[in-house]
Design a protein around this ligand. Sequence first.
Ligand SMILES: Nc1ncnc2c1ncn2[C@@H]1O[C@H](COP(=O)(O)OP(=O)(O)OP(=O)(O)O)[C@@H](O)[C@H]1O
Length: 290
Amino acid sequence: MITCEGLVKIYKSDELEVVALQGLNLHVREGEMMAIIGNSGSGKSTLLNILGGLDRPSAGSVGVGPWDLLKITDDQLVSYKRETVGFIWQNNARNLLPYLSALENVEMPMMLSAKFDRAYAKQLLEWVGLKERMHNKLHQLSGGEQQRVAIAISLSNRPKLLLADEPTGSVDTRTSDMIMDIFRRLNRELGITIVIVTHDLSLASKVDRVVAIRDGLTSTEFIKRNPNLDDNFEPGSAQETVHEEYAVVDRAGRLQIPKAYLTALQITDKASLEFDGERIIISPPKSLEG
Ligand SMILES: Nc1ncnc2c1ncn2[C@@H]1O[C@H](COP(=O)(O)OP(=O)(O)OP(=O)(O)O)[C@@H](O)[C@H]1O
C-alpha cells in the first residue's frame, strides 16, 4: 500500500535549510495497522503530511497504491486526497464545523465530492459510538466525542488508507482506548490500512507493528509476535513480551545502532564486525581495546 524509498524532504526558508527526512525507507502492507513513533522533530508529521498529499516530497520515491506522490499533478492530488486517504489530526477543530450537527459535519465532505449518502453517514456515527448524539451541534459534544466525529468524517469518502497524527494526543486514557478500539474495528471489518503517528509508547500494544523514526530515518521496528494477542491487552504492561524489536537494514546494508549501545561500548566513528556463521558481532575497534 505504501512504499517509501530514500524519501527526502527539505524545508527551505530564506537562508535556512532543514532536512526533515533524509532518505527514509518505509513499507506498509495493505490492511496493516501500524504506528510511527519518534521524538519531537524526528520527521513524523512531515512523513504523514507527504503521505496525505498535504506536502510535496523533495526527492526519493513515495507511492501509495497506484499513486506516485513525487510525480502526481496538482489535479490528481485533489482526487488522491478525496478518494484514497482519510486524515485525522490531534487538533480536530481543523476538520470540524462547530455550528453544524455531528451528522451534517460527516455529510459535508460527501456533498463536496458529490457522493452524498445519509445512510452511510449515520452508519459511520454509529460505528464511532455516537448514534444517540448525531443531531447534536459540535459545541454540545465533549473533546473526545468531537474526535470521534473527526474519525467518522475521515471515513466519509471511503478511503483505503487512514492517516492519524497524534489522534489520542488530547484525550484521556479511556477515550484513547476507545479510539484505538474503533481503529482496530475499522481495520478488521473494512480492511482499511491505518498509519498512526504518535510519541505515546503505550499505543504500541494496540497495533501490529511500530516503526521508530530518528532524525528523519527509520531506525527500529517492533513487530507483534502474535497479532491475535492484542485484545484485552493492558496498556503499558509487558510490551516487550508481545513485540520483537528489529533494527532496520536499508538496501545498501546500513543499519542504525541505538545510541545507548554505542555509548555503552564507547563506539564513536568505527566498529569492528565479525561474522561467526550465524551472528554478526559488532564491537569497539580492536586497536582501542585493553
Ligand atoms: N514548514 C516547515 N518549515 C521549516 N521546517 C519545518 C517545517 N515543518 C517541519 N519542519 C522541521 O522539520 C523537522 C521535522 O518536523 P516534524 O514536524 O515532521 O517532526 P515531528 O516528529 O512530527 O515532531 P512533533 O512530534 O513535535 O510534531 C523539524 O526540525 C521541524 O522544525
